[in-house]
Design a binder for this molecule. Sequence first.
Ligand code: HEC
Length: 152
Amino acid sequence: MWKYVSVLSILVLVGLAASAQQSQKPADNKPPGEFKIPPEAAAQTNPVKPNPESIAQGKKVYGYDCAMCHGADGDGKGDLAVEMKLKIPDYRDPESLKDRTDGELFYIIQKGKGDMPPEGDRAKPDGLWSLVNYVRSFAKKGASPPEKPPSP
Ligand code: HEC
């Protein structure tokens, strides 16, 4: 009788362990949840004009927090991006951000997306809008590459 009970309890334990493992598995390699931007966030208009002050402010923060991935000139080939093998679009190409509203860019910069970390509270809303303005400015300069040093 006791033998029977212990065999049973082992079976139960094994069963529990197996089901615990099973329930862990999907968490380990679950597909990244679909990224959705709330419509009200996407519809937000940019209250900060892309004037030289805003661009300068955006550029400063970009240099600290973004250039290592997005590249100093927005080409998406910053050192960290290369190291992490991230695929980041070239924002000098006007096509790259044309389907995004300023509100969407603000949301992505604030909250992060996929491998991109959130800027969160490190920047005030005005600072985030200036980052949006600055990121957009890469394409406004046209698709021309950054100035090359004069050839010898
Ligand atoms: C660790 C590298 C990394 C850093 C740092 C980073 N990004 Fe990104 N960023 C990414 C990646 C990767 C994507 C693409 C995310 C995706 O689509 O899954 C992205 C996407 C974006 C997008 C959205 C483009 C789109 O249409 O989806 C914007 C705008 C952007 N980044 C701006 C910034 C700004 C501004 C900063 C600095 C505050 C920044 N990023 C910092 C890696 C980074």
